[in-house]
Design a protein around this ligand. Structure first.
Ligand code: 5GP
Length: 191
């Protein structure tokens, strides 16, 4: 997606050999117009798949998933990263190791928002090692629903186990920008 790549090139900061900082348009300040274009692009790529719901993870996933939900006219549900006392038995939960925070947390969603028989599109901001996406897919499967695909805004294709783990698990992966490498503080795209 050209617009996204241009934004990454002009505003993305390569923090180290593994982390790209995009807090000027995605992870802290949010560019609503860019998010809308991202939503349209997910809609285009997954059109005809019969998606009934979008599932993401707080907090940055929400900004990417909401415009896609608007374009597809389906609800957006987000998993929470912290267990709430209110949730317990009425919730699905799984453990997800965070690539950026280096901690494992319980990711939870209320069962009533994820009933069986749904066709789910999972959306997240980044794909690194695939932990978050696999955790969300695990919850969808606990719920008895189908993962129709996984939509990623920025995929770091150089990180082992990311895309391949998702494909090996049988999921369709669509990434809007695929980063092949970081070179001299610059982002090199895969295609
Ligand atoms: P994974 O679960 O695929 O290992 O990592 C994806 C999650 O880690 C995303 O939800 C995202 O929040 C975070 N993440 C991974 N890599 C990056 C990165 O380079 N930059 C930022 N801002 N977040 C990242």
């Amino acid at each position: 997606m050209k617009l996204l790549k241009e934004k990454i090139m002009s505003e993305g900061l390569v923090l180290n050999d593994a982390i790209l900082k995009v807090d000027s348009f995605l992870n802290h300040q949010i560019d609503p117009e860019l998010m809308m274009e991202i939503g349209k692009e997910f809609h285009r790529r997954f059109s005809g798949c019969g998606i009934t719901k979008i599932f993401t993870i707080e907090s940055s996933g929400i900004a990417c998933a909401l415009p896609a939900g608007l374009c597809m006219h389906v609800p957006v549900v987000f998993a929470r990263k912290q267990k709430s006392a209110l949730m317990s038995s009425e919730a699905y939960s799984t453990k997800v190791y965070s690539f950026t925070k280096k901690i494992t947390s319980d990711v939870t969603v209320l069962k009533k928002f994820l009933p069986a028989g749904e066709k789910i599109l999972i959306i997240d901001d980044f794909l690194a090692n695939g932990e978050a996406a696999l955790g969300l897919a695990n919850i969808v499967q606990q719920a008895g629903s189908e993962v129709v695909g996984i939509g990623i805004v920025i995929e770091k294709s150089f990180q082992p186990g990311g895309r391949q783990r998702l494909i090996d698990a049988g999921f369709r992966v669509e990434s809007l920008a695929r980063v092949q490498a970081f070179k001299d503080g610059k982002v090199i795209f895969a295609e």
